[in-house]
Design a protein around this ligand. Sequence first.
Ligand code: SR1
Ligand code: MG
Length: 433
Amino acid sequence: MSIETPAGYRPLDEASLPAYLGTLPEIAGRLGGAPENWRVSEVGDGNLNLVFIVEGPAGDICVKQSLPYVRLVGDSWPLPLERAFFEYRATTIQARNVGGLVPLILHYDPALFLIVMERLSPHIIMRRGMIDAVVYPAFVDHLVEYTAKSLYFTSDLAMPAAEKKPLVALFAGNTALCKITEDLIFTDPYRIAELNRWTSPELDEVAAAIRADAELKRAVSVLKYKFLAQSEALLHGDLHTGSIMVTSTDTRVIDPEFAFFGPMGFDVGKLIGNLLLSYFSQAGHEQEPGERESYRQWTLSTIERFWNGFERRFIELWTNNRTGDAYPPDLFEAAEANGGDLGLRSFGQAQHAFMRGLFEDALGYAGTSMIRRILGLAHNIDLELIEDQGRRAACEQRTLSLAIDLVKHARQIPSIEAVTAKAATLQATTGTV
Ligand code: SR1
Ligand code: MG
């Protein structure tokens, strides 16, 4: 099948990229030397795009280009090229809010749907490091800062509606990427769908039980509805450990091509869900039972520090930057005038209630992010690289148990420590393989 593309678009390859980059003086200068001496390799291992690393005598860069289809599936699944535009715009906005926690964009080409950015080196994709049980000491503080600032400063708590609504409208155009999430995360794992796959026959029964679980499907439908209807803040939209590049001291959040205005709990929850998924996958990578226990402990404490840090930082930003139209300060000041410190207390209560709602959303979204990686189309290498199918299925079963609990019972879960305690108990009581 051949997909029609706009005039001026052509997918580049290792042979054609240098000549194109040679027409961009700033990029050519950064690489140094002549295009025929640049080394190009296509390194994309994601589900959607082309990614090239280009090395010259003076420097190196990374180039990302949209394909007109889903790379994972092929040209039977066409996908709009505009995702490069949304990634470019989202990164630009995020850079204003979070500074150097995102890569530096060097060039955007609207005809080729192509982004040139700094090459991150010696960074690696965090998911790969976690599979090798590598501890990242700086990660949690950086992700607290990234999530708190990128979400707070694009919400109605910080942005006047007259500024926010045009951005909501702009990113509403990212419909096709949102639809992937709507289908692959919130719908397909809960029904018979052509693209679903799971470890079979080991998980056949649990997959069928999930498809038959009316309470679970009601809870997932609430989460899907919020995802569709709540334009709270500019989300990254795909914030998992494969969208984060790390060294022991530096952290960069990459790939915001799924960006749109949605519920804040989605970004926060997707990250927590992917850390939990890594936690349960560790047993499958152990040579000796229990050898990764300290790494598991680090992962759980990272999850606790992430949520608690996020909550603290978000409230701090809110208290000090009340520049949006929501929760107008004078309402609370009036209460203060009438009732002494009641007004301040009232604002504190409002913040507390808000964060509790965000926490419950995040737990639900964490659960759905875990379930989709085991029963849906797109799986994670944390689990996929466990060769022994029986061991993999055991890790996946534990992941699914906690995920279902989070989706169904988020309202009853008092704290992030209660979540990590549940994970530890599941691992300790069922973790023989
Ligand atoms: C067809 S795209 C599958 C998945 O890849 C991305 O990482 C997103 O998570 C998407 O759902
Ligand atoms: Mg991605």
